[in-house]
Write a protein that binds this ligand. Structure first.
Ligand code: BGC
Length: 722
């Protein structure tokens, strides 16, 4: 008998349920009840894993209790949220998504996995794959933005990075795709709120990143807190069992979110914790994170025949299998007790990731900073805000490790006299610092205005109904603009902020998000031109909250906006266009695209289609450009979005150089989920649009024709060559 079968044969009911129990320890608090001392429960075999505990000594001590002092010696699983770095903090995922660079996404996950594994961690609750089109939702910061195609590539890269070739290796950790599903569509952008969506939206937008994660071998899935059409995801038999397990073949562990099983009572689908335990287990939740409901109430659920012994055994088998895949039975201390020194991330990777995440939103010729500058004023509450640079979910990061914007610029501009005043706090009503700050700024040749949110204004439980600048920052900015000196505005935030007035009045506007440890140096690299910015927006940037949800992949209104006709789809008081579209982002160069062509006009589902476009660098410096390919299925049984991203490619160009970018698509890339949500290619015309962002007025277009109807898959490959 193998180790799992012999363990299952030897385990008592209490020991089995113990394996399903994921207990919060006290090193970090990521949920309502915090964590506590678990030694007695570990010794009694009532704990399968611990979350929020890391470090070699602490994890080794807890592991010893499980291995040496329990009847069966089953090792513990140590789990932690490693969303954007472990000890070394990288840019928040939303910012890193803007790099549009799967290799970078993988490298930062690998580096984080190595650090986390060196701290005893074997399972991370990442990547977060919630497509979100609502910047009111604070958790938009943790995910890859608005687009399912990008999110799917993000999922694959992160899972490769975390899990490596072999999840039993010392520096590999298991990944958890979360939050399954549609958490990014919570009503009103309110965290934990209900989700009411069409099945089509689920299949087209919210599920594909999770499907990609499963196909990439993701070890675990975490259901979302929210309900979908009235059924809480923690109890969703249709999506967890029928789709995820039966249809997609996911055989890994499903781990509940923090306290989510207990919250089935709050949802109003269980009348007591016994029913909650039964609902969750029957839906396929293997591990109970932090609610203790399985431990306390599954025995009664079994006695009441609300669950069967085989439900419990299958869950235990999956948990033990995960432990086996991680090599824990071979060596429970593999990631902990080793002669090797803990893995450390080269700071260069953190700096490179950070600058690749900075999005230059506007530039009226002021950036890069001119070399002759001698006096700069750095004004604003985010200029010298070390801890804020980490952003949300930086549990093991050291808030003192970050480089502030002020420090980065001082180091990069040794010949400049730099003065600094915060002016106002990030939030709050005190305006008394505005006048002195403006007085200080008045003598400068250029002002760098550092505005934004604090780290805890995004992430979990951080929804904002008015996602603009908090507190008195706008008044500070107005004071600074009144001086008349050129202003470069930097925005530190976990979401796009609604600041159209700032975009209009600053000479340059830069989204610096939350960039992690290397923030200040990375920002200085971009502002000085040492690094020519490459990031593009992974999410549309709204003008006002009233436009939300706003995203590029909309379907056509029955009456598209037309200024000449009052009876068309428009706001009376605002443009329907975002301030900056998906894919927007400037560099210090200027690339023009021309000559879009394809190697064929007609295709079937198995045909390969090569689409090429020439990119000309008309600027003065070398540049790296990102080129997006969208499709539009003109007529279909189900109305298709006006644009759907199917590929992107990057090309590096010297000044004056022309390069050719080749996109290799399969006919299957043109399919869509039919009435039963199976991929289908319908015959008919497709427009291929290629451009630098999702602004439909600035795209090159050619038309191709699918010749026959066929079932299909969604494969696509992309190569860029010069
Ligand atoms: C969050 C999860 C996280 C868990 C453990 C919950 O509150 O929703 O994303 O993985 O806590 O920290």
């Amino acid at each position: 008998m193998d180790v799992i079968n012999s363990l299952l044969a030897a385990m008592t009911l209490e020991e089995k349920i113990g394996q399903l129990n994921l207990v919060a320890a006290g090193q970090a608090v990521t949920g309502p009840a915090g964590g506590g001392e678990a030694s007695a429960d570990i010794r009694a075999g009532r704990v399968g894993g611990l979350l929020n505990l890391w470090g070699r000594d602490t994890t080794a001590a807890a592991q010893r209790l499980a291995v040496e002092e329990t009847r069966l010696g089953i090792p513990l699983l140590f789990c932690l949220d490693v969303l954007h770095g472990h000890r070394t903090i990288f840019p928040i995922p939303l910012a890193e998504a803007g790099a549009f660079d799967p290799l970078l996404w993988e490298r930062t996950a690998r580096a984080a996995a190595m650090e986390a594994a060196s701290d005893g961690i074997a399972l991370t609750f990442a990547p977060m794959l919630d497509v979100s089109r609502d910047p009111r939702w604070g958790r938009i910061a943790e995910g890859p933005g608005e687009d399912p195609f990008v999110a799917a590539r993000f999922a694959e890269a992160k899972i490769r990075g975390f899990q490596g070739e072999n999840s039993a290796a010392r520096y590999s950790i298991a990944a958890t795709a979360k939050h399954f599903c549609a958490a990014g569509a919570v009503t009103g952008g309110l965290d934990y709120a209900a989700v009411d969506l069409s099945e089509r939206a689920l299949h087209e937008v919210y599920l594909p990143p999770f499907h990609a994660a499963v196909a990439a071998g993701c070890a675990a899935i975490m259901p979302a807190y929210n309900s979908v059409a009235g059924i809480p995801m923690t109890a969703h038999i249709g999506l967890l069992r029928r789709l995820l397990r039966d249809k997609w073949g996911f055989d890994g562990v499903i781990v509940s979110d923090y306290n989510a099983i207990a919250e089935l009572l709050q949802h109003g689908v269980a009348s007591d914790p016994v029913e909650a335990a039964a609902l969750a287990l029957r839906a396929g939740i293997d591990m109970d994170m932090a609610s203790g409901v399985y431990g306390r109430y599954l025995p009664e659920a079994l006695a009441r025949q609300l669950v069967g012994q085989e439900d419990i055994d299958s869950a235990v088998r999956r948990v033990l299998t995960l432990k086996q895949r991680l090599g824990l039975f071979e060596d429970p201390y593999r990631r902990i007790e080793t002669a090797e020194s803990p893995a450390a991330v080269p700071i260069e990777l953190a700096r490179d990731a950070a600058r690749r995440a900075i999005t230059l939103l506007t530039n009226r010729g002021i950036l890069p900073l001119p070399a002759h500058l001698r006096r700069i004023a750095i004004i604003g509450p985010l200029a010298d805000a070390r801890a804020e640079m980490m952003g949300p979910w930086a549990l093991a990061g050291n808030p003192n490790d970050g480089v502030t914007i002020l420090e980065g610029l001082k180091a990069a501009l040794p010949n400049c006299e730099i003065t600094f005043a915060a002016g106002v706090a990030i939030d709050g009503e005190d305006k008394s610092g505005i006048e002195p700050a403006c007085g200080l700024a008045a003598g400068a040749e250029l002002i760098i205005l550092c505005l934004g949110e604090s780290a805890d204004m995004s992430g979990e439980a951080a929804s904002r109904a008015m996602p603009g600048l908090p507190g008195r920052q706008r008044e500070l900015a107005e004071g600074v603009f009144a001086i008349g000196t050129p202003v470069v505005a930097l925005l530190s935030s976990g979401r796009p902020l609604t600041v159209p007035w700032l975009a209009e009045r600053a000479q340059a506007l830069v989204a610096t998000w939350f960039l992690g440890d290397a923030a200040g140096h990375a920002i200085a690299d971009v502002l000085t031109g040492r690094f020519n910015p490459t990031a593009r927006l992974p999410v549309a940037w709204p003008r006002e909250a009233g436009q939300i949800p706003i995203f590029y992949a909309a379907r056509s209104p029955s009456r598209p906006a037309n200024a000449a006709d009052p009876y068309t789809s428009k706001y009376l008081d605002l443009s329907t266009e975002p301030l900056f579209p998906f894919g927007h982002g400037l560099s210090y160069s200027l690339v023009r695209l021309e000559n879009l062509r394809a190697n064929r006009k007609e295709f079937g589902v198995h045909d390969k289609i090569e689409v090429e476009v020439d990119a000309i660098n008309e600027g003065q410096c070398s540049t790296e450009e990102t080129i997006f390919l969208f499709i539009h299925d003109l007529v279909a049984r189900v109305a298709r979005p006006l644009l759907e991203l199917k590929a992107w490619a990057k090309v590096e160009l010297a000044p004056g150089q022309t390069g050719t970018v080749t996109f290799a698509l399969m006919g299957g890339s043109f399919c869509y989920p039919d009435e039963t949500f199976a991929p289908v290619l319908e015959p008919g015309s497709f427009d291929i649009h290629v451009g630098l962002n999702a602004d439909r007025n600035a795209l090159l277009t050619i038309r191709l024709h699918a010749v026959s109807e066929a079932a299909a898959s969604y494969a696509v490959s992309v190569t860029a060559k010069i």
